[in-house]
Design a protein around this ligand. Structure first.
Ligand code: E4P
Length: 217
């Protein structure tokens, strides 16, 4: 499973990329606004911090303007994945940008039928938003399950990018279903490494080791 960081915070990306666990980055207009930086500058910097796909979202709403914005964003670096919303215009833009040879992430997916359309538009990634579905009492993970089944039924190569992840249990469930990618805040990636029994066990091992008076080096 690939792990993307869902942030436009370049210090956080730099720090976590150094772990070797990060395969790409996703951003959205809200995350860019939070960074307080110029959109194209922040995307250009992120593209130097990872070789993996870096999602940069268009803000136009009609296909022609989305294509123009997408082409502009794609020129920033070869690892830019243009993000388009799951609307009819977004799907048209997706097809054209894919024909240009650009990676496209179709975002704001909330139904299996939307995901089916994205695969037919040759999206590189489909982003179902698990957390936002759970927030309103729906079952976000069922959507990931449905998309996995549909894509496998027809051999679609669009990668399922589990998005709007809120906690490690979301990552575990998406991995069990076979989502290709999980995009998450850095805090979730850090939480995944933690376990109380690991801390307790390590503490006991170190205490016993101290008693031996030895050192490895
Ligand atoms: C994905 O690409 C989105 O940026 C993101 O996962 C949205 O998550 P949110 O629901 O926490 O805003």
């Amino acid at each position: 499973m690939k792990f993307f960081l869902d942030t436009a915070d370049t210090s956080e990306i730099r720090e976590l990329a150094a772990t070797g666990l990060v395969d790409g980055v996703t951003t959205n207009p809200s995350l860019v606004a939070k960074s307080g930086r110029k959109f194209t500058d922040v995307i250009a910097e992120i593209c130097t911090l990872t070789d993996g796909p870096v999602s940069a979202e268009v803000t136009a709403t009609d296909a022609k303007a989305m294509i123009a914005e997408g082409r502009h964003l794609a020129k920033i670096a070869p690892n830019v994945a243009v993000k388009v919303p799951l609307t009819m215009d977004g799907l048209i833009a997706c097809r054209t940008l894919r024909e240009d040879g650009t990676m496209v992430n179709v975002t704001l997916c909330f139904s299996a039928n939307q995901a089916l359309l994205a695969a037919k538009a040759d999206a590189s990634f489909i982003s179902p938003f698990i957390g936002r579905l759970d927030d309103q009492g729906d079952d976000g993970m069922q959507l990931i399950r449905d998309i996995r089944t549909i894509y496998d039924n027809y051999g679609y190569e669009t990668e399922i990018l589990a998005a709007s992840i809120r906690h490690p249990a979301h990552v575990r469930a998406a991995a069990l279903i076979g989502a290709d990618v999980a995009t998450m805040p850095g805090s979730v990636l850090r939480q995944m490494a933690r376990h109380a029994l690991t801390d307790r066990g390590l503490e006991a091992f170190l205490a016993d080791w101290k008693k031996t008076g030895q050192s490895i080096l």
